[in-house]
Write a protein that binds this ligand. Structure first.
Ligand SMILES: Nc1nc2c(ncn2[C@@H]2O[C@H](COP(=O)(O)OP(=O)(O)OP(=O)(O)O)[C@@H](O)[C@H]2O)c(=O)[nH]1
Ligand SMILES: [Mg+2]
Length: 718
């Protein structure tokens, strides 16, 4: 097991097609992990091993590999760039310590680069940037650098400069780098033997430019370190070791982003990226201790240091189903985890056996006996845990923050052709749900149809392929449509009652509730737990959990002065929560709704647990009826990049699709149009857009929010 200081957990993140998988493939080759360089376009890379990925030439699943580079061991996750698979990026960034952000020197900072950048900001993940594809026609290192600075609002510091730009047939083709720290020229032997890096003198004609950029780098770095400033003021040479140290500190504290350049396809500039990973990105020991709460006392904050001798804790961030059983990927934050041990899942208050530990190498794996703080490992044999769950030592419980995933926006009805297929379908869908937290499937017993939902057209298309091709299920698949949600229109206060004669006993109870629309999603701090067995009277409610990115669409709380006994309050809250999760008046999932239990009436006889369940159910129904329906539809954020001469056509078409154009700006010879539009009007948009621009416009879209649907759509459901 490597020493923690020599470990790097990193993710490669970027817009689709920037070259993440190609960079990864080269890294694996130069590290000696693999003996040949695979190509994305031939479907032969290590990390795009899924046939679906190989056919489409894009990454769909985040794949992890571990390889050595000089004296460090790198756990790397190659993430997908397509927005439909953004959850893969989210969960990877949640558990990684550093990121390599890849940009295309030709396209610059694209829409999804901004999205992944902000995801990395959210988890405060230190980054280095690679400006890739320097060999492409129109590659612009300095233009991309400016965009990184301006659009991503950060302090990029180039540590190498390109020599030339563009494809080999150009006179000034991209052919190597100047290392601004060693002030040497680097060229790269692109052969099958492991790729040698050749150092030489900087050509005389490039010397001044190199000096200029080195001085800029030192000026920027001097802001972070007084000793460096003093050396510079004294006009003495700054030692390379000092530059590395200051840059490392600045990077780890998210103050600066080292920028490199290269062409992964031609094998130029990849080894310096590996050096930069080792040199500037943090080891698990460099990041702050992980924070969590005591599962029994949610207000009590706990921390665990990244130390093998601390009590064990880790987070499940991914599940991969497999015929030998599910493989749970876990980031170990503290302590040591051994095979054949027992751990606690504190969120579910369940103990779990950990029979086997596996180190995963893309589609291969090897068994290990133990793993310690800072590492990433696969566990086979867990039964209860799902993505986002904490695992910890049974003696020293700690609950870590879970991972929040976005809401689905698009649905598709599927139905089994025969009843024997039904069971098979249900099993496969269950497995898919375990693997993919942004995939939902719900069976409608009346129609026999199952509604599956996901993040976009491509997401559902990939799932459809899996069902039909990989699992050979005989199912009919309908056209995709948008995933609607419901919320309520106004605040209401209602009383739900129960007067029922059940098995000769008269049951009676009354529950008062308030139901109100929430402007935004409920946050964790608004969630309260009723502690079974304790009187709730006059008690300040206890937060259930604190989850800043809380995704509870329906929040149920108990008002401060409720004097109902716990034995009735608990079932009432349970029913309200269940009903809230069950959907609204039109059967769509509810969101942005808060329900407060205001009180209730206990009758001398007949007030039982069951009576309160009925009364709460009645209150929920009455509340929904009185509060009015608002049908919500998904609104997408679009970014269309289009040559100037086609802007008019694209804008006209967007307006017809009820789009609101939020901003336009120019990038090179193109106009970038940013807009928001209902997903319902965007089906088939990519091909329409290509038609209007003779194939020259490109577009990305991602879910933005849910907004009220037009009246006629609502009427269609009434
Ligand atoms: N010319 C050139 N092409 C490159 C370079 N790097 C990658 N490509 C090509 O760009 C395309 C996309 O590369 P990938 O490595 O799949 O990009 P990715 O970022 O992994 O894409 P997704 O995983 O789908 O988001 C492929 O056709 C690569 O061959 C490069 O440095 N120069
Ligand atoms: Mg890829």
């Amino acid at each position: 097991m490597p020493d923690i200081h020599h470990l790097r957990n990193i993710g490669v993140i970027a817009h689709i097609d920037a070259g993440k998988t190609t960079v990864t493939e080269r890294m694996l080759f130069y590290s000696g992990f693999s003996h040949r360089v695979g190509a994305v376009d031939k479907g032969t890379t290590v990390t795009d091993f899924d046939p679906e990925e190989q056919e489409r030439g894009i990454t769909i699943n985040a794949a992890s590999v571990t390889f050595p580079w000089k004296d460090v061991e790198i756990n790397l996750i190659d993430t997908p760039g397509h927005v439909d698979f953004t959850a893969e990026v989210e969960r990877s960034l949640r558990v990684l310590d550093g990121g390599v952000v890849v940009f295309s020197a030709r396209e610059g900072v694209e829409a999804q680069s901004e999205t992944v950048w902000h995801q990395a900001d959210k988890y405060r993940v230190p980054r280095i940037a690679l400006i890739n594809k320097m060999d492409r026609e129109g590659a612009d290192f300095f233009g991309t650098l400016d965009e990184i600075r301006e659009r991503l609002n950060c302090k990029p510091i180039p540590v190498n400069l390109p020599i030339g730009a563009g494809p080999p047939h150009l006179k000034e083709a991209f052919r190597g780098l100047i290392d601004l720290i060693s002030m040497r020229m680097l060229t790269f032997v692109n052969d099958n033997k492991g790729g040698e890096v050749v150092e030489s003198e900087i050509p005389a004609e490039l010397h001044d430019e190199a000096e200029l950029w080195r001085n800029q780098m030192l000026d920027q770095l001097s802001m972070y370190n007084d000793a460096l400033t003093e050396i510079m003021l004294a006009e003495e040479p700054v030692p390379a070791e000092m530059i590395h140290r200051v840059l490392r500190e600045a990077t780890i504290h998210n103050l600066a982003v080292p920028v490199l350049c290269g062409s992964a396809l031609d094998g130029i500039g990849v080894q310096p990226v590996l050096d930069a990973v080792a040199m500037y990105l943090p080891s698990p020991a460099d990041v702050p201790p992980v924070e969590g709460t005591d599962p029994k006392k949610p207000d009590a904050k706990l921390v665990r240091k990244p130390d093998p001798d601390e009590p064990f804790c880790g987070l499940v961030f991914k599940i991969q189903a497999d015929r030998h059983g599910d493989l749970h990927y876990v980031r170990v934050y503290s302590g040591t985890l051994k095979a054949n041990s027992r751990v606690l899942n504190p969120g579910k208050d369940k103990k779990e056996n950990v029979p086997q530990l596996w180190r995963v190498q893309a589609d291969h794996r090897s068994q290990v006996d133990a793993v310690s703080a800072g590492d990433i490992i696969g566990i086979v044999g867990l039964r209860q845990s799902i993505t986002g769950d904490t695992l910890c030592s049974t003696q020293d419980p700690i609950l870590l923050e879970s991972i929040a995933f976005p809401e689905t926006v698009i649905s598709m009805a599927i139905e089994p052709e025969t009843s024997t297929e039904r069971k098979k379908l249900a099993d496969v869908l269950d497995m898919m749900k375990r693997q993919d937290p942004t995939f939902r499937a719900r069976e409608n017993e009346e129609t026999g149809q199952t509604l599956i939902s996901g993040m976009g057209e491509l997401h559902l298309e990939v799932i459809k392929h899996r069902l039909l091709r990989d699992y050979k299920l005989d199912v009919r698949v309908h056209k995709p449509r948008v995933s609607y949600r419901e919320t309520i229109e106004r605040l209401v206060e209602v009383a739900g009652e129960c007067h029922r004669n059940i098995a000769g006993q008269m049951l009676s109870a009354k529950v008062h509730i308030r139901m109100e629309p929430l402007e935004k999603r409920g946050t964790g701090s608004e969630l309260y737990r009723v502690q079974p067995g304790k009187a709730a009277s006059g008690e300040v409610p206890v937060p259930l959990f604190s989850q800043p990115h809380g995704t509870k669409p329906v929040v149920v709380i108990v008002g401060p002065n409720v004097s109902l006994p716990q034995e009735f309050l608990v079932p009432a809250v349970e029913v309200l929560t269940e009903q809230g999760e069950g959907g609204g008046s039109l059967g769509f999932p509810l969101m942005h709704v808060k329900i407060t239990v205001l009180g209730g009436e206990v009758h001398e006889t007949g007030s039982t647990d069951l009576a309160f369940r009925y009364a709460a159910g009645d209150a929920f129904e009455k509340g929904l009826r009185a509060a009015g329906i608002v049908l919500l539809e998904p609104i997408m954020r679009l970014e269309v990049t289009v040559p100037d001469e086609h802007v008019g056509d694209i804008v006209g078409d967007l307006q017809q699709r009820r789009a609101i154009i939020t901003r336009t700006h120019t990038r090179g010879r193109n106009t970038v149009i940013e807009a928001q539009a209902p997903l319902a009007n965007l089906f088939g948009y990519s091909s329409a857009m290509r038609g209007l621009s003779q194939g020259r416009a490109t577009c990305t879209m991602e879910p933005h929010s849910y907004g009220p649907a037009p009246e006629q759509v609502l009427e269609g459901f009434m």
